[in-house]
Design a protein around this ligand. Structure first.
Ligand code: ADP
Length: 323
């Protein structure tokens, strides 16, 4: 007659190191399976394997599994700006891809309710996330940066006029999703200092924030407000990025500065925060990003600035890790 030791021996074949709390009573075997680090497909496979193996044993006619996963410690990195159109989404997607290339397990939360653009930038527009129970499953894409977007929760083109609590709830669904092995979430925030930002700081405190600005005074003044907001919530500013400085004329090669240059670096210095880097104004960046091939994913020179910033971000994150 089958006993616990037979069941354990069978489990060794299909779930070595993952099972515990094995019990067997009245033909019913029960156990706890640790599925940490397994994706949904692998979890399904291990469940089928365990059930198949145990049901082969004489006298076992029912198998109950409880699956547990040690919680992956997941860190949120907020990408914020004082106003729209300064390149926040472009920076977010390129940083995520460049961080992935550094071997990190990165996901993207597109919290920009006014213009959710990450599905397009990550070339997975039109794909809807599936759900497992109450949790959304992030959308996979060719860059291996799973993404969930406010755009996934609304119809395409629908003007999203969400008020505070609703926006907060939507953000919750994106962050508390089935992120699996993802360890770092880049959060593309809406511009400015509104409800979504506040809700995130209260409920899902990011480990730090990157602020992006164009070099003009006006944009920088707005950026300063974003910096203040994070400061009040005790969220460290990882640093400032300057975008759209230095335009090289594709015809004559002359470099000009339509929005000025160096303003963000100077502002960062004044505010005592690190400067992470400068991204030039370059038509190729717009074309490539809008075409769903962010420059960081290619070998072209446009990816360079983003890779350097990603390296600084990764270094900052590694220095925060308690050991
Ligand atoms: P935000 O998220 O701040 O609203 P986006 O990232 O959507 O801004 O950028 C706004 C537009 O500017 C997009 O069309 C984008 O491709 C373009 N853009 C962003 N950064 C650059 C750059 N450095 N050079 C050229 N175009 C850029």
């Amino acid at each position: 007659m089958t006993g616990i030791s037979d069941i354990e021996a069978a489990l060794e074949d299909v779930a070595a190191g993952r099972y515990s709390a094995v019990r067997f009573e009245n033909g019913r075997a029960s156990l706890v399976v640790n599925v940490a680090g397994l994706d949904i497909k692998a979890r399904g496979q291990i469940e089928i394997a365990i059930k198949g193996k145990l049901l082969e044993l004489d006298g076992v006619d029912k198998v109950d599994l409880v699956m547990t996963a040690e919680k992956v410690e997941r860190r949120l990195i907020a990408i914020g700006s004082g106003k729209g159109g300064v390149g926040k989404s472009t920076l977010s997607v390129n940083l995520a891809i460049a961080m992935r290339q550094l071997g990190r397990k990165v996901g993207m939360v597109d919290a920009d309710i006014y213009g959710p653009s990450q599905p397009r930038l990550l070339n997975c527009e039109g794909k809807r996330p599936e759900a497992e129970g109450q949790q959304l499953i992030p959308v996979a894409n060719r860059y291996d940066v799973p993404v969930l977007s406010m755009g996934h929760l609304a119809k395409p083109g629908q003007a999203i006029a969400w008020r505070g609590p609703m926006a907060g709830k939507a953000l919750e669904q994106l962050v508390d999703a089935h992120w699996g092995e993802t360890e770092e979430l880049i959060v593309d925030l809406p511009p400015g200092t509104g409800d979504v930002q506040l809700s995130m700081m209260q409920n899902h405190k990011p480990v730090g924030a990157v602020i992006i600005s164009t070099p003009q005074d006006l944009a920088l003044m707005d950026a300063t407000r974003a910096v203040d907001l994070f400061g009040q919530a005790n969220i460290p500013i990882i640093g400032m990025v300057e975008n759209m400085a230095g335009y090289q004329c594709p015809h004559c090669g002359e470099v000009s500065d339509p929005f000025g240059s160096g303003g963000a670096e100077a502002a960062a210095k004044t505010m005592g925060m690190p400067f992470l880097g400068r991204v030039p104004l370059d038509m190729e960046i717009r074309k490539a990003s809008d075409g769903g091939v962010p420059p960081a994913a290619t070998d072209g020179p446009q990816g360079l600035a983003f890779r350097e910033i990603a390296l600084r971000l990764a270094t900052w994150l590694d220095n925060q890790k308690p050991d």
